[in-house]
Every structure is written in structure tokens, then in C-alpha cells.
Design a protein around this ligand. Structure first.
Ligand code: HEM
Length: 204
């Protein structure tokens, strides 16, 4: 938990300090992340292979929208796409590592359920990550992009299930993390409900 939240804090500071640069040089940043992820992929266990780095980026992406209006929210929301793409690069490295491990040790068909949920989350993550890259996003109609990116809720749900079913010493941390996010989304949805004309008259 300390490691995951520590990483979230580092990315947070990184965005606050360099938000404009992150947007401007995003393709170079993705290149650097791919190189780091590829190098660490070849090593034994490390924080990328174990999934922590990928998750830390997504925590920031998830909670950016829960912040109240202000400079911090503006900066985080402005770099959400970059954070999500970087999170996807590191999560893909983690997923592939476990996938290869499962084939090497021939337990692919006998793996625990959270293993398959991990695979499902990557299947949902890939189109979201690809269409978050600005040059590709610009080629899509805004409406189609928005519709596709509703799948990010499914992705968060799958990641939450993946982590909760592992049922390790961080179980409570994951319950609080995703629980807080669900509470926020439900409250945001209730507040967004349009007021019926009759109620409007009453208020007036
Ligand atoms: C092909 C896709 C994936 C596979 C096969 C996979 C598989 C696994 C496995 C086998 C574990 C180890 C559980 C243990 O310690 O016994 C694990 C842990 C983990 N996975 Fe995944 N995963 C995938 C995708 C993802 C994604 C997309 C994320 C996050 C965005 C993620 C985040 C994590 C994290 C953070 C852990 C460590 C949990 C902890 O120790 O508290 N995984 N994964």
C-alpha cells in the first residue's frame, strides 16, 4: 500500500510540475515508458512486473475527476490521457509477464479466476489506451470516442475484481480505494439528475 500510494504521489508531483511538458512531449514519454517496461519485463520480480506501477497511474486517472474545480484538477485532467497510456504500457508489461509465466509452467488452464479477469481487463484496456493517443483520438468523432471511453468504468470494475479476488494483505486497501471511487461516482450521478419541471416550480 505504501509503495502504491508513494508512486501515486510521485506521478502527482510530476504532473503538477510538468503538466504542459507532459502534453507537449507525450510521444517521447510513451517511448521512454515502453523502453523501461521492456527492460524490466526481462528481469525477475519488480514493481512493474508485479502490476504496482500500472495501477498507480490508473489511481491518479480515476481520482482526478473526483477533485473539486481548481488548478490541481485542471492539471490532472489535462494529463489524464497521458497518465492512462503510461499506466497501460506498464500494466501490459505486467500482464504479459504473468501470461508467459502461465504458459511456461503450463498452468494457463488451471489458473485462479483473478488471472482470467486480469486478461479481460487488458482486453478492455487496449482499445481505450490506443484511442487515448492524441493522433489517433483526433481521427475519431468526439461522440464515438466518448461512447467507447464509457468502457473505462468496466475496466476499473475488472481491475477492482482482479485485485480483490487475489485476497492478499492489501484486500482492505483495495476495498477502500475502489469503494471511495464508487461512492463518488454514485453521488456525482445523483447530482447530475435533471430536476423535473414540477420540482423546479416548487423551488422557484
Ligand atoms: C493479462 C493481464 C493480467 C494478468 C494475467 C494478471 C495476472 C496477475 C497475477 C497472477 C497476479 C499475482 C497475484 C499473486 O500475487 O498471487 C497479479 C497481481 C497484480 N495485478 Fe495483475 N494481471 C493482469 C492485468 C492487470 C492489470 C490491467 C492491472 C492494473 C491496472 C493489474 C494489477 C495488478 C496488481 C497491482 C497486482 C498486485 C496485487 C497485490 O500484490 O496487491 N493486473 N496479476
Amino acid at each position: 500500500m505504501t509503495l502504491i500510494m508513494g508512486l501515486v504521489f510521485v506521478w502527482f508531483i510530476f504532473v503538477i510540475l510538468f503538466s504542459k511538458w507532459i502534453r507537449k512531449f507525450n510521444l517521447y514519454l510513451y517511448g521512454i515508458c515502453i523502453v523501461i517496461a521492456a527492460i524490466l519485463f526481462t528481469q525477475e520480480t519488480n514493481i512493474v512486473n508485479m502490476g504496482y506501477v500500472g495501477l498507480s497511474f490508473f489511481i491518479l486517472v480515476m481520482f482526478a475527476s473526483t477533485l473539486s474545480q481548481g488548478t490541481i484538477r485542471k492539471k490532472l485532467m489535462g494529463n489524464r490521457a497521458e497518465l492512462a497510456v503510461m499506466g497501460s504500457i506498464f500494466s501490459l508489461s505486467h500482464g504479459l509477464k504473468y501470461l508467459i509465466f502461465a504458459f511456461d509452467f503450463t498452468f494457463f488452464w488451471r489458473a485462479p479466476i483473478y488471472f482470467y479477469i486480469g486478461i479481460a481487463s487488458v482486453v478492455v484496456m487496449l482499445p481505450l489506451a490506443i484511442t487515448s493517443i492524441m493522433i489517433i483520438r483526433k481521427k475519431m468523432k468526439g461522440k464515438d470516442w466518448k461512447k467507447l471511453h464509457k468502457l473505462s468504468y468496466l475496466f476499473y470494475g475488472l481491475v477492482a475484481t482482479h485485485l480483490l479476488l487475489i485476497n492478499n494483505e492489501r484486500f482492505l486497501f483495495y476495498v477502500i480505494l475502489f469503494g471511495l471511487y464508487v461512492i463518488y461516482r454514485v453521488l456525482a450521478l445523483i447530482q447530475k439528475q435533471p430536476i423535473k419541471p414540477k420540482e423546479k416550480i416548487k423551488i422557484a
